[in-house]
Design a protein around this ligand. Structure first.
Ligand SMILES: [Zn+2]
Length: 339
């Protein structure tokens, strides 16, 4: 992630929250303890850091945003301002010595400026003891201290922390901002629309593309769909040979079904929307267009209903292979019948 783009990142990911916090700073209303809660990659850290920059910036612009260029902004970007204390989990957790460091720093007065800012990522990984240790700093406002606790899993936070911080829920990224984030993490362009349909979490997206799982899934689903388009019974075999090896656990099974739903939603859009959103399966555009010409609206809706029902079947603990096989036979039958 290019650091010089931090302000742009915060602006593109969370424009409203950023504006809100800049307003709090410029009007001197910033509180002393916040819990930023939201999915990985949704801009929690970027917003906290830009707020820190704003507190120290020598030349904020007319909108109240930090300039991003002055010495103070530069030091924060470089992680080189002793009054901006940033901590992230060392491995699975925030370790005891990291907590000690936070406490020590909290007890010290600001070195140069008038404020000290604490940004603690992965706050849910604090042990109960550590979190309780931080409580007394959170409980009573200390002059010139601002603490931002960042979490992707609010449900793991202690109730005592939740009740003493201002909780700020970060909304999921817009499709555009999520796509931009995926690009920054070198995710292939032809996987971005599908990922956008499947998740809004950067971490989950990374897991899905790992070991080419998503690419293989896209490939096998395209094969399956093309076979269905030709009324080819081989689609049934593709379930066993192509899709089943990808369905190795419950999470991946659910993603396959979600991708199938997107596939048929895209097909329906191809039929009814001239300017369809970018498809998760760009290579199937021609096949989809052809298929929709040969199917009636009722046939398509019947298929889509069957596709949506697969999620209920999975939730009802039905075996994924029989779900996919039943669906394949159902679609082949629906395509033959002119309803
Ligand atoms: Zn500046």
């Amino acid at each position: 992630m290019a650091e010089q783009n931090l302000i742009e990142q915060a602006e593109s990911k969370q424009p409203q929250l950023l504006q809100h916090f800049i307003h709090l700073v410029t009007t001197n209303q910033l509180s002393h303890a916040y819990l930023f809660s939201g999915l990985p990659g949704c801009g929690k850290r970027a917003v906290a850091q830009v707020v820190a920059m704003r507190l120290f910036c020598q030349n904020p612009d007319a909108d109240g945003m930090p300039c991003g260029h002055c010495a103070e902004c530069g030091r924060i970007l470089a992680g080189d301002n002793p009054d901006v204390v940033t901590v992230e989990p060392d491995g699975q957790r925030i370790k005891v010595d990291q907590v000690r460091y936070i406490k020590d720093e909290f007890a010290k007065s600001p070195v140069e400026g008038s404020t000290k800012v604490f940004i603690i990522e992965g706050a849910e990984t604090l042990t109960t003891n550590a979190a309780n240790g931080l409580l007394k700093f959170i409980e009573e406002p200390v002059a010139n201290r601002v603490i931002f606790l960042l979490t992707t899993n609010k449900s793991m936070m202690l109730a005592t922390i939740l009740s003493r911080t201002q909780i700020v829920e970060f909304p999921a990224l817009t499709a555009k901002a999520f796509a931009e984030t995926l690009r920054q993490h070198q995710i292939s362009e032809n996987q971005i629309p599908l990922l956008d349909g499947l998740t809004n979490s950067l971490d989950e997206a990374k897991q899905l593309v790992a070991d080419d799982w998503l690419a293989n899934c896209q490939h096998e689903l395209s094969r399956w769909f093309s076979q269905l388009a030709k009324h080819d019974d081989m689609a049934f075999v593709t379930v066993q040979t192509g899709l089943m090896p990808l369905a190795h656990d419950r999470d991946h099974q659910a993603v396959i079904l979600d991708a199938i739903i997107l596939l048929w939603q895209d097909t329906l859009q191809t039929k009814y929307l001239s300017d369809a959103a970018q498809s998760g399966f760009p290579e199937l555009q021609t096949t989809m267009a052809k298929m929709t010409q040969s199917l009636t609206r009722n046939q398509l809706l019947k298929i889509l209903t069957a596709v949506l029902d697969t999620k209920k079947a999975l939730a009802g603990n039905m075996n994924i292979q029989s779900i996919l096989e039943t669906l394949t036979l159902q679609i082949l039958a629906d395509m033959k019948q002119n309803v």
